[in-house]
Design a protein around this ligand. Structure first.
Ligand SMILES: [Ca+2]
Ligand SMILES: [Ca+2]
Ligand SMILES: [Ca+2]
Ligand SMILES: [Ca+2]
Length: 285
């Protein structure tokens, strides 16, 4: 079939727009290699008591996150990164804002968060132990070690999820992970492998605010997954995504996804275990 000149011009325009569109999409694609997450080794193990002050200044953090900052991130997808509106909501930055901290030593991964939240919500009308994402929770998704293969909770993928419930129910520290030959294993983190503390309203500002301080033993968790995992050493590369859920009275509610796009571990950030870091130095003037 011979196309008319008008038809072929139209076709050229459509093709050109498609190519430009693909170019924009490619330019905006999230490349975890562009944002290395350097997690320092701690010289002195912290006390797990809901106060991060003894280690937060020598840990990894990249400052405060809220939906406005996440919206500018390359991995942002409005269908999964969201806040909810149940009327009478505060401004978006007061609905959920958090600083996350991470560090490691020979045995443990240390996880911390300082969070401003308007409502503490840990009730779920259809509760199941594995439904941390229907409650206020922070979950660190870690692939240990990182590889370039897209996988969803196969052996080597781990999610350490903390429900912000001061009653610390049996599902309060949850472990979604993969075992060789078995994906999406859901179970509580073994008590012997985890220690955590939650302090509510630490700044006298909002009853929804909290500090979470946790440590997870690596050998009994990472050691069950990818056979390539070994005891942590400086230079090891893991995958990392943080998922922070915030229903605030709704059902499936707010989600901040940091450093990744969901369960596909090839979208997770590149986390590098480094040697100890020094606190920020402040000059006399
Ligand atoms: Ca502490
Ligand atoms: Ca909130
Ligand atoms: Ca992978
Ligand atoms: Ca909340």
């Amino acid at each position: 079939m011979v196309k008319s000149p008008a038809g072929s011009n139209r076709l050229r325009r459509v093709l050109l727009l498609a190519v430009v569109g693909l170019g924009v999409a490619a330019a905006q694609k999230w490349d975890p290699a562009c944002y290395p997450i350097r997690v320092p080794r701690l010289v002195k193990p912290p006390r797990i008591d809901g106060d991060l002050s003894e280690w937060k200044y020598v840990a990894f953090t990249d400052g405060a996150w809220d939906i406005l900052r996440v919206r500018q991130a390359r991995w942002y997808d409005p269908t999964i990164n969201r806040l909810t509106d149940h009327a009478n909501e505060p401004p978006p930055e007061d609905d959920l804002q958090a600083r996350y901290y991470m560090a490691w030593d020979d045995r443990h991964l240390y996880l911390g968060a300082e969070v401003k939240d308007n409502v503490n919500d840990v009730t779920d009308p259809h509760h199941e132990p594995k439904r941390w994402y229907f409650k206020d929770a922070i979950c660190w998704f870690v692939e240990a070690p990182r590889d370039e293969i897209p996988e969803k909770f196969t052996a080597g993928d781990h999610a350490f999820c903390f429900v912000i419930d001061v009653k610390k129910p049996p599902y309060g520290a949850w472990w979604r992970h993969g075992l060789p030959g078995k994906d999406y294993v859901e179970e509580p983190l073994p008590k012997s492998a985890v220690d955590y503390a939650i302090r509510m309203n630490p700044w006298g500002r909002s009853k929804g605010d909290f500090i979470l301080e946790a440590r997870v033993a690596m050998a009994p968790t990472f050691g069950t997954g990818d056979p390539k995992w070994h005891a942590p050493r400086i230079g090891d590369v893991y995958g990392l995504e943080i998922v922070h859920t915030d229903p605030d009275g709704g059902d499936y509610g707010g989600h901040l996804l940091i450093y990744g796009n969901g369960d596909d571990d090839s979208t997770w950030g590149r986390m590098i275990l480094t040697g100890p870091s020094q606190p920020i130095e402040r000059k006399p003037n």
